[in-house]
Design a protein around this ligand. Structure first.
Ligand code: AMP
Length: 219
């Protein structure tokens, strides 16, 4: 059983590593960003409200994401473990998560902190392209799709996320520094933080992510 938080700046590769961990451990990825984008696409009230924050690279208010995670984490598939990707992003969210887990009588296994340089982050975010249908991620610089603009997995169109535009990227990084970085200390104090150096070749970085979880995974 393993319950992980994947932590890191926007563009650090949380979504990509999550997909690998889903395959390895057979547990669901719970991505608040994906859930919010789905709500925006469906045009439901939550999506309309969230979109106003997301398009500027701001965080969506805590109560909205906390409720989403609260509902999601109690679903059947999450009973065998989960990967939280993009949540928590504020100390308030982390404290609410603690309360949820406490009530459910479960504990986190580890918080994997993906470490990469600012230059890599900016090139990843500006080169990132996502599939409009299945959400698969590519990069025009480092992880090109076989056919330009087309998803390898499902054949649908690839687009640039509106919040991956240069001005919004800078704002998202500033928001991370202000609101999300304090969580490093929060989880360090709990003895859960596992920093992983993810610069360099992808397969080597992935092996280090897996390695960081070897001792905590009991599967
Ligand atoms: P992501 O795909 O994780 O980069 O998230 C995209 C956007 O969704 C973020 O820039 C925020 O606007 C919003 N978002 C995702 N997760 C959270 C969260 N835990 N708290 C607040 N806003 C979030």
């Amino acid at each position: 059983m393993i319950r992980i938080i994947l932590f890191g700046e926007p563009g650090a590769g949380k979504g990509t590593y999550s997909a690998e961990l889903v395959k390895k451990y057979g547990i669901p990825q719970i991505s608040t960003g994906d859930m919010l984008r789905a709500a925006v696409k469906e045009g439901v009230d939550l999506g309309k409200e969230a979109h106003e924050f997301m398009k500027n690279g701001e965080l969506v208010p805590d109560p909205m994401v906390i409720e989403m995670v609260h509902n999601r984490i109690q679903q059947q598939d999450a009973a065998k473990g989960f990967i939280l990707d993009g949540f928590p992003r504020t100390v308030t969210q982390a404290q609410s998560l603690d309360q949820m887990l406490h009530k459910m009588k479960i504990e986190l296994s580890a918080v994997v902190k993906i470490e990469i340089s600012k230059e890599t982050i900016i090139s990843r975010l500006s080169g990132r392209r996502v599939c409009t249908n299945c959400g698969a991620t590519f990069n025009v610089l480092t992880m090109k799709p076989k056919k330009e603009g087309i998803c390898d997995k499902c054949g649908h169109e690839l687009i640039q996320r509106p919040d991956d535009q240069p001005e919004t990227i800078l704002n998202r990084l500033a928001v991370y520094q202000k609101d999300t970085e304090p969580l490093i200390e929060f989880y360090k104090k709990k003895g859960l933080l596992r920093p992983v150096q993810c610069e360099g070749p992808y397969n080597e970085a992935l092996a280090r992510v897996f390695g960081a979880l070897e001792k905590v995974a009991n599967v």
